[in-house]
Ligand binder design. Structure first.
Ligand code: CLF
Ligand code: SF4
Length: 407
């Protein structure tokens, strides 16, 4: 379908789809989509760290209302803001909050271009809704067009309530990616395909992917180098060299426009591609991985009613020494008295879906507690606990000190 004049204009100011725009115009990612419906073997969203910059990482997960509020703040400080995007930290189309958010953005900020980055699994189901909510830019991450190859890239695909593995999983994903791209193109949306270059797995196959997506009407292709991330199946694969990537980009550029200026940004990136300003706008900055000085010390008010039943993450029993997602136990206090102990099985705490299940299980085990004290906590559980009215104290002090301050 022909691009409308308005869409051509939006293309002029999109920093990713148009290289000339990336030094002048800014984008803002809204991290409203924590869940994912597939597990890629290179993805680990467990490490929710403000010091790390790569897709899937965010310093906080926002509710749609919080995201909208943040746009107003960012717009004031960054007048070059032209694109509002949802790119995780999970898959936008696996999260209802994505749709709620984009509907409000379209209404409140009609001057912004809307952009979505997805694995494509649910794309055929949502093309109409995305279009009617104003989304005109869609990125699909598609790492291959041969399920024999991609079965080694995806650990699992959750489809219609069933968890598929191996070639069957790869086939379902591919079928939906292709159908979704075709539907987007038919609607007149501009589609980019991201391909993660994984040495020894899909390097030789990428030129075929590029030819195929060109035939589907894709506008531009972005070949991203694998980032080997701790805790993933691909953590031991070496990242491709810049030369390897450049060679592929050069080979494929005879077929289609190639993106060469991608910065592999975070799910909460804000600003010009070369000048990420997300740190300026983070309200809380807790780190789930335990790295860096990210402990947030909440002031403790004596005689707070909520401090009746206090769960303290502590293995030593002396100090707060456990992170929310990796402690083996919470000791439960009422006043200075230990009244219970909650053991946490951390053997199933890997990454992706099982990590999310683990976090949900801990939250449910703490449902009777009014206050939770941990050494560190990721923003997703922090937000949930706070939304349940619990007080969360992040501290590494001795337990006695914490209790004296509380009671
Ligand atoms: Fe974000 Fe992606 Fe939209 Fe750009 S990023 S959703 S298309 S507004 Fe851009 Fe960042 Fe590369 Fe993505 S530099 S990771 S390509
Ligand atoms: Fe889901 Fe894969 Fe994206 Fe991770 S990289 S959020 S597993 S689609």
């Amino acid at each position: 379908m022909q691009q409308s004049e308005a869409l051509k204009e939006s293309l002029m100011t999109h920093p990713c789809f148009n290289e000339d725009a990336h030094k002048k115009f800014a984008r803002m990612h809204l991290p409203v989509a924590p869940r994912c419906n597939i597990q890629c073997n290179y993805c680990n969203r467990k490490y929710d760290c403000c010091n790390e910059s790569r897709p899937g990482v965010t310093s906080e997960v926002l509710s749609p209302d919080e995201a909208i509020e943040k746009i107003t703040l960012v717009k004031e400080k960054i007048p070059a803001l032209k694109v509002i995007a949802i790119a995780g930290p999970g898959d936008p189309l696996a999260n209802e909050s994505t749709f709620e958010t984009i509907r409000i953005v379209k209404d409140r900020f009609p001057e912004m271009s809307l952009c979505i980055s997805t694995n494509g699994l649910r794309l055929p189901d949502y093309v109409d809704e995305l279009y009617s909510s104003g989304v005109r830019f869609v990125t699909v991450t598609m790492n291959g067009i041969d399920p024999e190859i991609t079965k080694d890239i995806y650990d699992s695909v959750m489809w219609n309530g069933t968890c598929y593995k191996g070639k069957e999983a790869a086939e379902i994903l591919l079928r939906n990616q292709i159908e979704g791209i075709e539907l987007c193109v038919k609607k007149g949306m501009i589609v980019k395909v991201n391909v993660v270059l994984i040495p020894g797995i899909n390097s030789e196959h990428i030129p075929d992917v590029v030819k195929k997506v060109k035939g589907l009407g894709v506008y531009i292709v972005n070949i991203l180098p694998l980032i080997p991330v701790e805790g993933t199946k691909f953590s031991n694969i070496e990242a491709p060299t810049p030369e390897e990537r450049k060679k592929l980009l050069d080979t494929c550029s005879s077929d289609i426009k190639m993106m060469r200026h991608c910065r592999q940004c975070r799910a909460d990136a804000i600003g010009l591609l070369d000048d990420d300003r997300s740190n300026e706008f983070v309200r809380t900055r807790p780190c789930g991985s335990g790295c860096g000085p990210s402990v947030e010390n909440n002031p403790i008010t004596i005689s707070d009613d909520r401090a009746k039943r206090v769960a303290i993450a502590s293995e030593s029993g002396i100090a707060v020494d456990g992170g929310f997602g990796n402690t083996k136990r919470f000791v439960i206090y009422e006043g200075h008295r230990i009244v219970d102990e909650i053991q946490i099985d951390i053997s199933c705490n890997t990454y992706g879906q099982s990590h999310s299940d683990h976090i949900r299980e801990i939250i449910s085990k703490l449902k009777d507690c009014d206050t939770v004290v941990v050494k560190e906590i990721g923003s997703a559980p922090l937000n949930i606990l706070r939304s349940e009215g619990k007080r969360v104290i992040i501290s590494d002090k001795d337990i006695e000190k914490i209790l004296s301050e509380l009671f």
